[in-house]
Unconditional design. Structure first.
Length: 381
């Protein structure tokens, strides 16, 4: 089985050299735009490519505003602050996620609450969220949602679109509205993914996308804040630019700001990558279909996009029968030069998160014991 899979992946990528999980591709205007940036001398956070990159992402996603930052984690930090996450408040999120989701919550001095995920979407389960809210939440006279158990305000619900598979946004949005909780989307991995023909990151009040080196398109390191709220957009751009009041020569800052703006060099790379995004998405869908066909022929289950969604298939994933079988897959394939990896260690299992409230997380733990990500780079030949 393992040799058959390795041979299939080698044929898919046309090489017997070691194959990584997800490598960037630079096949368009990357070098040209980078040279233009260097020649302009505007290589930091001021320059035309920052504006052009933001406009490109906004137009593609259908968001009114896009604000570029140095990475996805910084974007999420600011998104949570602007969504109303304050010290001592709670943020409902999923344990099945990358550590950056929890780190951004902690940067705000807030406390994560972990609820379970859906086995088909890998995102926050609306049933799990509803069960938690019915047991623990109440709307008080101030109009806010409070946790009856901890007496802390529940400020935000933060689902993640894991591996590019959209979460159940309609159900989650309805529950958040019912309980006066702000919906913030961690769309770090889902550029090019759609929920009922609407791009991920455009249903919640505010969202973020990552452009790290391993994402479907990259700026080297970068992130984007998405919102349709003009005041949130203004504030996001202001405080990520050290909260400096615009002036030709004077330096006055009116708030605690952050040096989070994306440099022009990175934005130039990102703009060229955005131009190639439709081609990348088409090729990644073909790769996903090939994996699914191999799985069908060999009795291996690969995850497919849920009904009413369109996934970017950023990272393809298969499910084994047990943790022991998962570890055999990981050991054998990596020994043979094909990189595979398990899902992230669930957040509630990390020592740093032992102070967090958790609901029943049986699906999260079931997935962690069985899920394997497989090579998913665009295979331009």
């Amino acid at each position: 089985m393992y040799s058959s899979f390795v041979k299939f992946v080698q044929e898919l990528y046309g090489t017997k050299e070691p194959i990584s999980l997800h490598s960037p591709r630079f096949e368009g205007n990357e070098k040209r735009y980078l040279l233009e940036t260097i020649d302009s001398s505007f290589v930091s956070s001021v320059g035309e490519f920052v504006n052009r990159f933001e406009q490109s992402v906004a137009e593609y996603t259908g968001s009114n505003y896009a604000i570029a930052t140095i990475n996805g984690t910084s974007a999420l930090h600011i998104a949570l602050k602007l969504a109303g996450v304050e010290p001592g408040t709670e943020v409902i999120t999923q344990s099945f996620t990358f550590i950056a989701t929890c780190n951004a919550i902690r940067y705000c001095n807030a406390i994560p609450i972990f609820v379970d995920v859906d086995s088909k979407t890998l995102g926050l389960s609306h049933q799990s969220l509803q069960t938690f809210l019915e047991s623990h939440a109440e709307i008080r006279d101030d109009g806010n949602c409070w946790n009856k158990t901890t007496n802390r305000r529940i400020s935000v619900c933060l689902p993640m679109h894991s591996f590019g598979f959209p979460a159940e946004l309609d159900h989650l949005n309805k529950l958040c509205s019912q309980y006066n909780i702000v919906l913030v989307e961690d769309a770090a991995e889902s550029l090019g993914s759609f929920y009922k023909d609407q791009h991920t990151g455009t249903i919640g009040k505010i969202a973020i996308i990552s452009f790290n080196g391993n994402k479907i398109t990259t700026t080297g390191g970068g992130g984007i804040i998405l919102t349709s709220d003009p005041e949130i957009a203004r504030r996001a751009k202001h405080i990520t630019t050290t909260a400096k009041i615009p002036h030709q020569w004077n330096f006055v800052h009116d708030d605690v700001g952050y040096n989070y703006r994306l440099p022009n060099l990175n934005a130039a790379l990102g703009l060229a990558q955005m131009e190639s995004l439709p081609k990348y998405l088409k090729q990644k869908r073909t790769i996903a279909e090939q994996y699914q066909q191999w799985g069908k022929d060999n009795g291996v289950q690969f995850l497919k996009e849920p009904k009413n969604t369109q996934s970017n298939y950023w990272l393809n994933a298969l499910l084994t029968e047990s943790k022991e079988e998962r570890d055999q897959w990981l050991s054998k394939t990596n020994e043979m030069g094909v990189m595979t990896r398990p899902a992230w260690t669930p957040m509630h299992q990390l020592l740093i998160n032992q102070d967090c409230i958790t609901s029943d997380l049986s699906t999260t733990e079931w997935l962690f014991d069985r899920l394997i990500n497989v090579p998913s780079s665009v295979n331009i030949k």
